[in-house]
Design a protein around this ligand. Sequence first.
Ligand code: FES
Length: 652
Amino acid sequence: QNDPLVVFTPSGKRGHFPVGTPILTAARQLGVDLDSVCGGRGICSKCQITPSYGEFAKHGVTVAPDALSEWNAVEERYKSKRGLIDGRRLGCQATVQGDVVIDVPPESQVHKQVVRKRAEAREIIMNPAVKLFYVVVAEPDMHDPSGDLERLRMALEAQWQISNLQIDLTTLQTLQTALRKGQWKVTCAIHLGNHAFRPRIMQVWPGFHEEPIFGLAVDLGSTTIAAHLCDLQSGEVVASSGIMNPQIRFGEDLMSRVSYTMMNAGGAAELTAAVRGGMNALFSQIAAEAGVAKTDILDAVFVCNPVMHHLFLGIDPFELGQAPFALATSDALNLTAAELGLDLNPSTRVYLLPCIAGHVGADAAAVALSEAPDKSEDLVLVVDVGTNAEILLGNREKVLACSSPTGPAFEGAQISSGQRAAPGAIERVEIDPVTKAPRFKVIGSDLWSNEDGFSEAVASTGITGICGSGIIEMVAEMRLAGIVDGPGLIGAPELTGTDRCILDGRTYSYLVWDGTANGGPRITVTNRDIREIQMAKAALYSGARLLMDKFGVDKVDRIVLAGAFGAHISPKHAMVLGMIPDAPLDKVTSAGNAAGTGARIALLNQDARAEIEQTVRDIHKIETAIEPRFQEHFVNASNIPNSVEPFPILNS
Ligand code: FES
């Protein structure tokens, strides 16, 4: 073989190529991941490579100083106008002259790995649905009756091998101006299509479009709507923002919103308008924050629970409020921003992940995508805690899913001193086993309260109530200190040894903090509060336990707590309460906003969409409402931690 050898790193791919072959061509022939937007015209600089010279025993080559061609005029012009990092060359201009080792830096790879954030269970490899393509189009000719679109299609097929392209009317309306302004050179943003629909021209810019294009990953929750704006070429999150779901004024929890739609004519439409309006405000805010034009947002992925899913789509959620909880569709949906009344580019594609079942939504599918229980060697229990707990249990063999109605107690609702997680809310608690006095920390301060009461620093934040994670720690600490017994009764002072236990009607309450002397609140935990927490934690545990029954196991290898709330729960206290199954504490981890991460994965890698659609088809759905054992587990789990299950690891 007399042709020079070209070795690419880090892939290790190698091959012999005739002298004069551009590095980009060699890379394409070997299937090396080297980017190009301009098609080798020396405009985009996406094809940058770093040649290495010298002795490479590992690769069996010696690279001479003249292994690549001299700089040509195109490359020189690019360097003088735009600059190139020292040692870099444009892969489309530099040609092979001798044996050479070529490094492809991460930013020149199309399928680069996105920097992984803490708590993310899997890496994201870039493969967005929308990409940019620079193309040179034939000019119209009196002898050729074809239209501008037809010639653009031909050019894209010849230069980029993309065929069968569709276009929206709104994009078509801009085409002729763009082609003429760009002197028959344009950049197209193309949605490459998938199993569900054909590739589509989304946007056409005159000449070479330098600016990045963007996508949105949206977690549409019943309480908050959170969005990440991502650069579709680098994968970077350029801005993140969230707002309260404006539907809250129609009801704090989902069922009250469903009731609103049942009791008010036009109620569902009002809720749809509210959530879409909120989203448009959020999108304007996030685009302004990042300095991005909303029309450059070309792809969006949404995850949400089934009720939000229907209300966002403008489908009356009536059927979800009653058995057998039939969804209008559980399939993934490919829609447009225009259809959904979203104020983005009208062509922007909106992808909704599939729902798993009537109570297990696209948010749970997104958690399954991000936590990938179906790829786990060990048996993992994934719990997304909200007003409904969505629970997944599985490993490579199979994955089961259910939801369990925990109610809003874990969000601080229906708790006498409960509140949302906000500054002033008690979030961490310790109760002294001897004095039975509490120490606590409120959101907004890093300091713990001291023995004499509240430290000054904490007092400056004010204390307003107890949030969901705080109430879990509180009840668990009360149990550990013997203030509350297994069945959930707060003891009298003579039994508990503290006069913080105060008769309150026919039961006792535990005094946490009395700030009334200074005009502050008096915070107690009542026996009713304990009852609410018992119900909520029993619902969560019984769902998990039911899945364990169905899997034929009585323990799990690890537990992942997902969701914003999951990120704040103390695993030890959750286990003391018997909220989650017994497991070594170091095997209980928090995944943060796993649903949001799942949305971002599906946004940045379109193969992940097909993957989660298949995973959801394969998940075994369990309906807790019709499982007799669920009730049995629920009754046992109402005790703290459980009236029949021993929790040996916790007690060891
Ligand atoms: Fe665009 Fe080389 S491919 S500059």
